[in-house]
Design a protein. Structure first.
Length: 371
């Protein structure tokens, strides 16, 4: 392999890339734009849950319970109901997410030392919000119960569990989403960029000129990869900067390790794009296939949105051939946990294999012969 010929191919590809406005926008503007858009759009944080209150006890204790819910910042009382007949209508129309029902005798049961029941009716149409709302309400009611005063003394349970959340103490969903987004976006953008390379040569009629040169197949593939590899690393750096400055995601691990593992991932993703481009020879078709081959698996099967451990066994096996799965684990591990290669070496090995397979497929599929 001749370095001079390789650099000549890289220079030629960069000149073609600079003249293609669409590719330049795709390369430099789209990754950060997608990170900002999805970073703000995707969230599992739940605040200001609209609820209605049906207070049939109308006592000081029932008012204190409602005030405790509102003071938490998670619930916002928007309506006061007069009877059970209004409950179904409010939930069905989506005016509120839940209804708190305080039955008659609530204060009397507390004063007598008996269990005092309250009811929370939640709209289960959005299962995620419903589950979170119930968890919040249970925690607030439990805290209220511990502070109840009976017969001049404060009730305290003998043992109290105190939970401590590591790596994301405030349970900010963006801290989990943004590092995963970097992996997903780069998976898609890298394949889409190089999916146009060989197909563009065929459609513009310049493949004949390339075929007449003494450049080998591997030199062509690597030469075409070099500009996009630099662009990919630049995009990762910009996305990392945006994640830390805009979304406040901590970067606890090593930047050098993130760069090296990003390089491995990009090699495989770019090689996959060239393989698609060489196999299909059509820019439109290659773009469509690269989107299907990277976007859906990266979103659904990488662990970005859905926990892999909760998937059925056959799907868990399928995720092992999804490269974004390993890069998502890398970005979250470096950003949130600050772990090094001693923890991430399985992902590193998997991405080395991915890079080797991607380059091998790209080299094997590329043909200089004119049919």
């Amino acid at each position: 392999m001749d370095a001079v010929r390789l650099l000549a191919i890289a220079r030629k590809e960069w000149i073609q890339l600079r003249r293609d406005v669409r590719s330049m926008v795709l390369a430099f503007a789209l990754p950060v734009a997608l990170l900002l858009f999805f970073g703000y759009a995707i969230t599992w944080d739940v605040h200001d849950i609209r609820i209605a209150v049906l207070d049939q006890d109308a006592s000081r204790q029932s008012r204190e319970l409602v005030e405790a819910l509102e003071a938490s910042g998670y619930f916002h009382v928007t309506q006061r109901l007069s009877g059970y007949g209004d409950v179904d209508a409010r939930l069905a129309r989506g005016e509120v997410r839940g209804v708190l029902v305080v039955p008659p005798g609530f204060a009397r049961d507390l004063a007598a030392g008996r269990d005092a029941a309250v009811q929370l009716l939640v709209d289960g149409g959005d299962a995620n919000t419903a589950t979170i709302a119930v968890s919040y309400a249970e925690a607030i009611v439990a805290g209220y119960s511990r502070g109840v005063v009976l017969q001049g003394r404060r009730i305290e349970i003998p043992a109290r569990a105190e939970a401590r959340v590591w790596y994301n103490p405030r349970l900010e969903s963006r801290w989990m989403i943004v590092p995963g987004l970097i992996a997903v976006i780069m998976s898609v953008i890298a394949a889409m960029l190089t999916a146009l390379t060989i197909a563009r040569e065929w459609e513009r009629g310049t493949m004949e000129q390339l075929a007449a040169t003494p450049v080998g197949r591997l030199e062509v593939v690597l030469g075409k990869l070099v500009p996009y590899l630099g662009i990919g690393l630049f995009d990762v750096a910009m996305a990392t900067l945006a994640g830390t400055l805009v979304f406040g995601v901590p970067l606890r691990g090593g930047i050098l390790l993130l760069g090296v593992l990003s390089l491995l991932f990009l090699l495989g993703a770019l090689g996959l794009g060239i393989f698609i481009s060489a196999a299909l020879r059509s820019q439109v078709l290659a773009m469509q296939v690269s989107m299907v081959a990277t976007y859906l698996p990266a979103i659904l099967l990488s662990g970005f949105l859905f926990d892999i451990a909760g998937m059925p066994a056959p799907l868990r096996l399928v995720t092992r051939i999804i490269p974004a799965r390993y890069f998502v684990a890398v970005t979250r591990g470096i950003f949130l946990k600050g772990v090094g290669l001693e923890v991430l070496w399985p992902q590193a090995v998997s991405m080395i294999v991915f890079a080797a397979v991607g380059l091998a497929l790209a080299t094997r599929s590329f043909r200089k012969e004119i049919a």
